[in-house]
Ligand binder design. Structure first.
Ligand SMILES: Nc1ncnc2c1ncn2[C@@H]1O[C@H](COP(=O)(O)OP(=O)(O)OP(=O)(O)O)[C@@H](O)[C@H]1O
Length: 685
């Protein structure tokens, strides 16, 4: 029986074929896998650059291309006959001698550039890799067949021109050396191309089957027709993760909490989903997959349903948001659902306390200093640090503020009302009581969850982190956390270590959602500067890059809001005329008023219209962000007056910037931004 591995390109090509052809292709592939009667035979490809390449007739006029070695077949693509033969002739295949993974390159295109490279090399004695020894290149897995070419490269631009022609495992270490990195840096880049931890066996470059097994991003083996159907039908992200994503999601065991950070579209949510699925398949205990809001958790649950087919495995994962968890714990303890206080009622309570500070100032002090550090007494508050608050408070002023906090909490208690953060704080006390102090005890009395996986971690409040920490005992694989401090859209900054989560951090750097043009523009908008939170110190966007190119974002200035709406409608209609389904188009604005106007203007078109906040965690092919004007973004009502607290205002501005950045980085293909009147100061010039 053949051992059949499928490449990620095969299902993609298959999905573009007309229905009857697709059905025939799937039937033929199944027959081939089972070696059944009528199965297609591998046919030799004359003129092939690689003698292991063969062709399979999969449907009338359509052929598959395979690389074979003994009983192993790697099914690469399915194309109309003529294209399939040409494809089969073009490519060569190898095994990376350092990593043992498969490599594939367009030998015809590479041959085509050789004469120009030779001429360029003859014109100058300069060589980009003159100082690098052959031995070092071999250690980095550079294929001997590429060596003459590598030795001819004169400068970085020439190397960049080769990027699409070389396998990434050849290109990445060379690019690192070209950037002036040491051998260690180049090795690190190479290691980043590894999806699985190294095995103890030395690499045998002749064993193609073993190399395919080490390359789950390039090939998935299917043992029976059910598995083949799954690979052919499931969305690509369910089956093929990019090497760093695969490594993080499928790592056997993490001895301590793990934090994965990465820019927009680097696949953090996918990694969180696959990690949860991996843990569930292992069956080591109940898993909580948790995120920031109810809407996002519904989205996660829907994706998880697609990823995990086995019902028993799926049931091991509860998907939720932290507020719901807190609500449930308190409701169970008290025998009835807790009642929440509304924003207006809370503001009125702060106003009752005569402190000389605004309700917004007091609320912030309560949430970001008192609740964030879980301060219970005036004595604790008097000596507590107040990070992010630049207005000094004397002891007397602190006493006044504390009295206001006591007044408000007392009033809330009397009315039987609570805020969500109070709920989280109470839930962690309740859980701590029933489970013992899990931070201290080695063997708690009860284990609510065995694993917790957190998405959108940057926006959780310390009180919510404390709840999550007590909801899972300290053990290997207890917490797997993904987030991006640059996408923070709420006022929470937490160093995980300060809430008992001693996390080791990993980073994803390649955005698979954004074209480079939107990514670069977005980074300028966000300000490439560092963001704080999650780990001690700050994090940079340095090294964040994309794999695709696309159109530059379009920024349109209009004379009036009415013209701006007309322009929006014209843009959305054009996208729909281009064939983009309305469900894959989103329009976002900072204010609910603008959202209402845009909804009315786009009434019949069926596109999603939402606030900037509502864009969090989502993705669309085309995105329009409107009303990006001075006076709207940043929202003046959401900014602390500079006179009241300059540091808080600076944080507010960062948060507003982050919000716009989040909305603009939802676009897979095109981004359209508009304003009437003066542009928002956040827009890159
Ligand atoms: N392995 C993959 N296979 C297919 N598509 C991928 C893969 N990894 C990332 N993508 C693409 O990138 C998108 C972003 O993935 P995901 O939502 O997990 O990123 P993220 O880092 O959580 O994004 P953000 O922080 O901006 O919300 C996916 O929806 C998909 O379009």
């Amino acid at each position: 029986m053949p051992r059949l591995a499928v490449s990620p390109e095969f299902p993609v090509e298959l999905s573009t074929l007309p229905e009857p052809v697709r059905r025939d292709v799937v039937l033929s592939a199944r027959r081939f896998l089972q070696d059944a009667e009528g199965a297609p035979h591998p046919e030799r490809v004359t003129g092939a650059r690689d003698p292991r390449v063969a062709s399979l007739r999969l449907a009338d006029g359509y052929r598959g291309v395979v690389v074979r070695q003994r009983d192993v077949y790697w099914l690469l693509t399915v194309l109309p006959d003529a294209e399939a033969w040409a494809y089969a002739q073009r490519y060569r295949f190898g095994v990376n001698t350092a990593l043992g993974v498969v490599e594939m390159w367009d030998a015809v295109a590479l041959d085509r550039v050789r004469p120009a490279m030779r001429r360029a090399a003859e014109a100058t004695p300069t060589r980009l890799f003159a100082d690098v020894r052959d031995g070092d290149l071999a250690e980095l897995g550079i294929d001997g067949r590429f060596l003459p070419l590598v030795r001819q490269i004169t400068d970085e631009l020439t190397l960049e021109a080769l990027e699409s022609l070389l396998p990434p495992t050849q290109y990445e270490p060379l690019a690192a050396l070209a950037r002036g990195e040491s051998m260690t840096g180049a090795r690190r880049e190479l290691e980043n191309c590894r999806a699985l931890p190294p095995d103890s066996e030395p690499v045998n470059p002749e064993d193609f089957g073993a190399a395919l097994l080490r390359s789950p991003d390039r090939a998935v083996f299917t043992a029976h027709p059910g598995e083949l159907d799954r690979v052919l039908e499931a969305p690509g992200w369910c089956v093929f993760l990019h090497p760093p994503q695969h490594r993080l999601a499928h790592w056997e065991s993490y001895p301590q909490p793990t934090l994965v950070t990465g820019g927009a579209g680097t696949g953090k949510t996918l990694v969180a989903l696959h990690r949860a699925a991996h843990l569930a398949r292992r069956g080591s205990g109940q898993i909580l997959l948790v995120t920031f809001s109810q809407g996002l958790s519904a989205d996660l649950a829907a994706k998880l349903d697609v990823l995990v087919e086995d019902e028993t495995v799926r049931k091991r994962i509860e998907v939720g948001n932290v507020d719901r968890l807190a609500h449930r714990i308190v409701a169970e303890a008290e025998g009835r659902p807790p009642s929440l206080v509304g924003a207006t009622e809370l503001t009125a309570l702060w106003e009752e306390s005569d402190t000389g500070h605004s309700p917004a100032f007091l609320l912030r002090e309560w949430e970001q200093v008192v609740l964030a550090q879980n301060l219970r007494t005036l004595e604790e508050y008097l000596v507590a640090p107040r990070p992010g608050r630049s207005v000094e408070l004397s002891d007397e002023e602190r006493k006044t503020v504390w009295r206001a906090v006591e007044h408000v909490t007392e009033q809330l208690r009397e009315r039987g009302r609570r805020t969500l953060l109070q709920l989280a704080a109470e839930a962690s006390v309740l859980l701590g009581r029933t489970t013992g102090d899990l931070l201290e005890e080695a063997e708690p009395a009860r284990e609510p969850y065995r694993h917790i996986v957190v998405d959108e971690a940057q926006d959780l409040h310390p009180a919510q982190w404390r709840l999550l920490r007590v909801a899972v005992p300290h053990a290997c694989d207890d917490m797997f956390i993904v987030g991006d401090p640059h996408q923070r859209i709420f006022d929470t900054r937490v160093a995980l270590a300060s809430v008992g989560i001693d996390a080791v951090r990993w980073q994803l750097q390649v955005s698979y959602r954004l074209p480079q043009e939107i990514l670069s523009w977005g980074v300028r908008l966000r300000g490439g500067g560092p963001a704080d939170g999650l780990v001690n110190g700050v994090q940079e966007l340095y090294g964040f890059r994309a794999t695709r190119h696309g159109p530059r974002p379009v920024v349109r200035a209009y004379d009036s809001p009415r013209d701006e709406l007309t322009g929006l409608v014209a843009q959305v209609r054009e996208w729909i005329r281009d064939g983009v389904p309305p469900g894959e188009i989103a329009v976002a604005a900072r204010t609910t008023g603008l959202v209402r106007d845009a909804r009315a203007a786009l009434r019949d078109l069926g596109v999603r219209v939402t606030t900037l906040h509502g864009m969090k965690g989502l993705e669309f092919r085309r995105v329009a962000v409107i009303g990006v004007a001075d006076g709207i973004v940043p929202d003046p009502d959401s900014l602390t007056p500079a006179g009241e607290d300059p540091a808080a205002r600076a944080h507010d501005l960062q948060r507003e910037r982050g919000l716009l950045y989040v909305a603009c980085t939802r676009a897979l293909e095109s981004l359209y931004v508009s304003h009437s009147g003066r542009a928002s100061p956040f827009l890159p010039t």
